[in-house]
Design a protein around this ligand. Structure first.
Ligand SMILES: Cc1cc2nc3c(=O)[nH]c(=O)nc-3n(C[C@H](O)[C@H](O)[C@H](O)COP(=O)(O)OP(=O)(O)OC[C@H]3O[C@@H](n4cnc5c(N)ncnc54)[C@H](O)[C@@H]3O)c2cc1C
Length: 442
């Protein structure tokens, strides 16, 4: 039986980061990856030459961010696009009223001020929330404190529902009151014109990554691990397990003996979301120039309310919208044409029947992906922010969980994945290694 120092399960950003640091420290490392590609939830499509980030696309704030440092060091071009965190304003956004008419500047500014007033009240509501309170409970108390007429309150309420869906892919009544605590954006947001997948590609250089190795069992004891992939067993002194929460909870990957309560408890309180991207490429930029995003208010926007203009990024008139939470669950299994028709009905309300049909449509299916089972994890009511870090509690001194869901400060992101891989490597090495080692040249 082959024996190595460390087996890393999963060639996403967390696994590649851990493997790279361990290898730099001279350890023998094997990365076992189920898919026929690396990158996991960082995945860039290149059909017909069109670059499409089907998984992550944004760095949500480049200040003090190791992913920004790494991508700069790897020579990846960045494009500023600071609307990726469902900001109400700060960059030009073309708002439409519930009736589908453009909202004037004053009305848009008034609406943004309303959202800010509720956000200010929300901080106290969250701080005073009970353990089982949902994000709905706290947002309702913050809205009620304003004493507004029903229509004014409704606009802000729907904004908060949509923010919950776009940020966490969850319905507002399913998310814990603290579920958006990490939502601060430090500095500009950026996206990658040449594709985010250049990051995992650079991290993977020189590593022993074995693709199409579906791990079905991890047996651990105080003396090491035995990992089974497609009937073959590899043993190691330590293991970094980076599969998403959805895979961990599915039972597809047996852990023997089962995870101890210190890890199983947090895992039971986190859940994989429903969040899909819809890209529409058009022959013309019929919506005009100058706005980063288009947003419609009101009940017609229940599913399709926000479109992001990617034209400057790739040079082709392109809108990105999201099916998030209930909408994502409802469209699961729809073909691209049906999704596009549903989105186009809303765009026609705003821009008229004369707008062109899309020439290209791409719709993701992360919910149906057996190696992801959703886009990223969110906090169920009853969870605490600390559940993320607790999920990475070392098991038996040999098994280390890593991945976006195991990092409390800004979970659900690529930076969280990177930092969690760094932490796992440091724990295995028994010393602090600078995270900059990940992009060091020699
Ligand atoms: C649609 C979408 C949009 C997103 N947008 C953003 C964004 O704009 N900004 C941002 O920062 N983050 C975003 N994210 C989240 C970000 O992509 C993830 O947080 C991050 O990539 C997770 O990295 P990871 O290493 O934890 O997990 P993964 O990338 O999922 O890596 C885990 C690996 O394990 C593999 N695996 C699973 N099961 C097995 C098995 N049985 N055997 C072997 N291998 C297995 C998987 O194939 C995968 O390669 C988005 C995600 C999605 C899906």
């Amino acid at each position: 039986m082959e024996h190595v120092d460390t087996i890393v399960i999963g060639a996403g950003v967390s696994g590649l980061a851990a493997a790279r640091l361990l290898r730099r420290a001279g350890r023998r490392v094997v990365v076992l990856e189920a898919r026929d590609r690396i990158g996991g939830r960082v995945w860039t499509g290149r059909d017909g030459g069109a670059i499409t980030d089907l998984g992550a696309s944004w760095i949500h704030g480049i200040d003090d961010c190791p992913v920004a440092d790494a991508t700069r060091a790897f020579g990846m071009r960045m494009h500023e696009f600071t609307v990726g965190s469902y900001q109400v304003d700060g960059r030009p956004i073309a708002y439409f009223s519930p009736e589908g008419a453009p909202l004037g500047d004053d009305a848009a500014a008034g609406f943004a001020a309303d959202v800010r007033a509720v956000d200010a009240a929300l901080r106290d509501a969250i701080a005073g929330s009970a353990p089982l309170d949902t994000y709905r409970h706290v947002t309702e108390s913050a809205i009620a404190a304003q004493g507004w007429a029903p229509d004014r309150a409704a606009r802000v309420r729907e904004f908060l529902e949509h923010r919950t869906e776009e940020q966490y892919g969850a319905w507002i009544e399913d998310l814990a009151a603290h579920g958006l605590d990490d939502d601060a954006v430090e500095g500009d947001e950026v996206v990658f014109p040449d594709g985010y997948d250049r990051l995992p590609a650079a991290l993977a250089e020189g590593l022993d990554v074995r693709l199409e190795h579906v791990v079905s069992r991890v047996a651990w004891s105080g003396s090491g691990v035995r990992v089974t992939a497609d009937g073959r067993v590899v043993s190691a002194d330590t293991c970094v397990l980076t599969v998403p929460v959805g895979v961990l909870r599915s039972g597809d990957l047996a852990i023997d003996p089962p995870l101890p309560d210190a890890v199983a408890g947090p895992l039971s309180r986190l859940e994989m979301n429903a969040f899909e991207k819809v890209f529409l490429r058009f022959p013309t930029r019929f919506w005009g120039e100058g706005a980063y995003a288009i947003r419609q208010q009101g009940p017609e926007g229940r599913w399709w309310h926000s479109w992001y203009d990617l034209t400057d990024l790739h040079g082709t008139p392109t809108l990105l919208t999201f099916a998030a939470g209930p909408a994502a669950r409802a469209i699961a299994g729809w073909d691209a044409d049906r999704v596009a028709a549903s989105v186009m009905a809303q765009l026609r309300r705003l821009y008229g029947d004369g707008i062109p049909e899309p020439e290209g449509v791409a719709v993701t299916a992360w919910q149906a992906d057996p190696y992801a089972r959703g886009a990223y994890a969110f906090m169920r009511p009853g969870s605490t922010t600390g559940d993320h870090d607790a999920l990475a509690t070392p098991v038996g001194g040999v098994l280390h969980l890593a991945g976006e869901a195991t990092w409390t400060d800004d979970p659900a992101t690529v930076p969280a994945a990177l930092r969690s891989g760094h932490r796992a490597a440091c724990r295995i090495l028994g010393e602090d290694v600078a995270i900059e080692e990940l992009w060091a040249r020699s």
